[in-house]
Ligand binder design. Structure first.
Ligand code: SAM
Length: 273
């Protein structure tokens, strides 16, 4: 009998993936964690029933949340990733030779350990000497940080459970404080088909704190609706005017994609008004 994993993305819609076998399943201190070997997408990390990342399409999200801010900043040296326990954002950050230190603050140790075991192509650089992994609450780390980072990326789960505080205006104000005077911040801000209100609220909050605030998108087939957004807040540099590029190894991100990702469909652009 065939086994299928279905993520209910709304009460009335979802996606389903054929599963070869379950590699890991546990209730951690923070969430339900499943690692599935799927026919279509390779190994798939699922937290609280939501697809986090898959071996086949992970590069889109990890490249787009990383290289847009890191090429917008002229010389990013100190970078923070909040969440991101699967290691994919850190892998992309380390492709930038200017980065001297990348700090990862992930609340759930089991996500890191399980990703290292079953997602080696994604989590394989977490032991790099430039990386410092802290197991803890990103909200607290931000509250304790002052003018420490050039770029901060919030690679968190949905605003539920341990991540609920990571989508508040107070958190974004804390991020501004934790950034240097020309720092840049990006958060994954979900999809416009099912989470339009969240995108609108996040953009409004960030826009009230950062002088330059923009929304950009990418196509991520295993995420709800496939159309994903990122909200960027910048103290000085404009991602469409100030970006400078270098040749790095990517599979989705290019200079043209960087620029085009800010061209929004009308119904998405309306969420930024
Ligand atoms: N790319 C995925 C997405 O867009 O939904 C996120 C992947 S990453 C695995 C999300 C991580 O955020 C999880 O490992 C989760 O444990 C972590 N997380 C949630 N709340 C957190 C918090 N308050 N502090 C640090 N990490 C947190």
């Amino acid at each position: 009998m065939d086994l299928w994993y279905t993520e209910k993305q709304t009460d009335g819609f979802g996606i389903t993936a054929k599963v070869k076998r379950t590699l890991a399943e546990e209730q951690t201190d923070f969430q339900r964690l499943d690692m599935l070997e799927t026919n279509e997408w390779g190994n798939m990390l699922v937290l609280d029933g939501m697809v986090m990342t898959t071996e086949k399409d992970e590069f889109v999200y990890h490249e787009m949340i990383s290289h847009v801010p890191l090429f917008t900043h002229p010389n990013p040296k100190h970078v923070l990733v909040v969440g991101g326990g699967d290691g994919g954002v850190i892998r992309e950050v380390l492709k930038h030779p200017s980065v001297e230190k990348a700090v990862l603050v992930e609340i759930d140790r089991r996500v890191i350990e399980t990703s290292k075991q079953y997602l080696p192509t994604i989590a394989g650089t977490l032991d790099d000497p430039r990386v410092e992994v802290k197991v803890g609450d990103g909200f607290m780390h931000i509250a304790e940080s002052e003018a420490a980072y050039d770029v901060i990326m919030v690679d968190s789960t949905e605003p539920v459970g341990p991540a609920v505080n990571l989508f508040t205006k107070g958190f974004y104000a804390g991020i501004s404080k934790a950034l240097k005077e020309d720092g840049i911040f990006v958060a994954q801000s979900d999809n416009p088909w099912f989470k339009a209100d969240l995108i609108k609220q996040v953009f409004k909050d960030v826009n009230e704190i950062f002088p330059i605030t923009k929304l950009y998108t990418a196509n991520i087939p295993t995420y709800p609706s496939g159309l994903w957004t990122f909200t960027i807040g910048s103290k000085k540099y404009d991602p469409l005017k100030d970006a400078t590029y270098q040749d790095i190894d990517t599979k989705y991100y290019t200079k043209s994609i960087h620029e085009a990702s800010f061209a929004l469909p009308k119904f998405v652009e309306d969420l930024t008004k």
